[in-house]
Design a protein around this ligand. Structure first.
Ligand code: ATP
Ligand code: MG
Length: 152
């Protein structure tokens, strides 16, 4: 199905934005898509971005500032989701896409979850022939970068 990625991202940003605002934060959405139509599954793409934005909110301390940027690069769209949250070690980053993996809690964070969100995100992105990459630093934050081909 043909999806308007600008609209899909805007509604996801609005939805999680309400939760972020309750914690005194905000989501900044920079949309540089000139031709926002891509082929994909609206349900799964919505849940992919919901999961990533939910994580960016949950794994940030109070007043989270989250940046979302969407742009085109040839036949690909690139969406980055950047937080200034708790960040992760290099070892953790290697495991976060595994089912049920969670960074050990305790002094790191006290957020609840199942460790399934990112496993789902990776599986569904691959079903769209997309990719996801992560840059993270403990105490500084994380950036998740997604590549998606515009046509399947
Ligand atoms: P859920 O199934 O509800 O999504 P979850 O958030 O624990 O549970 P994932 O979304 O798969 O599961 O994330 C796996 C782990 O990766 C998290 O438990 C957390 O430790 C770490 N993580 C994910 N996103 C971030 C982020 N933006 N900043 C810091 N740590 C993160
Ligand atoms: Mg999650």
């Amino acid at each position: 199905e043909t999806i308007n990625l600008s609209e899909l991202l805007a509604s996801t940003v609005d939805h999680i934005g309400l939760q972020v605002e309750k914690r005194g934060g905000k989501i900044e959405f920079q949309n540089r898509l000139k031709n926002p139509e891509i082929e994909g599954d609206a349900f799964h793409l919505t849940h992919i971005f919901n999961n990533l934005l939910d994580n960016a909110n949950k794994y940030s301390r109070e007043n989270p500032v989250i940046r979302v940027e969407a742009k085109e690069d040839g036949d690909q769209v690139i969406v980055s989701i950047q937080d200034q949250g708790i960040g992760m070690s290099k070892d953790a980053v290697k495991k976060i896409f595994d089912k049920f993996y969670r960074v050990p809690t305790g002094n790191v964070h006290d957020v609840k979850g199942f460790g399934l969100g990112l496993a789902y995100v990776k599986t569904m992105l691959e079903a769209h022939r997309g990719e996801i990459h992560v840059q993270s630093e403990i105490g500084k934050g994380s950036t998740f970068i997604i590549n998606l081909p515009k046509t399947q």
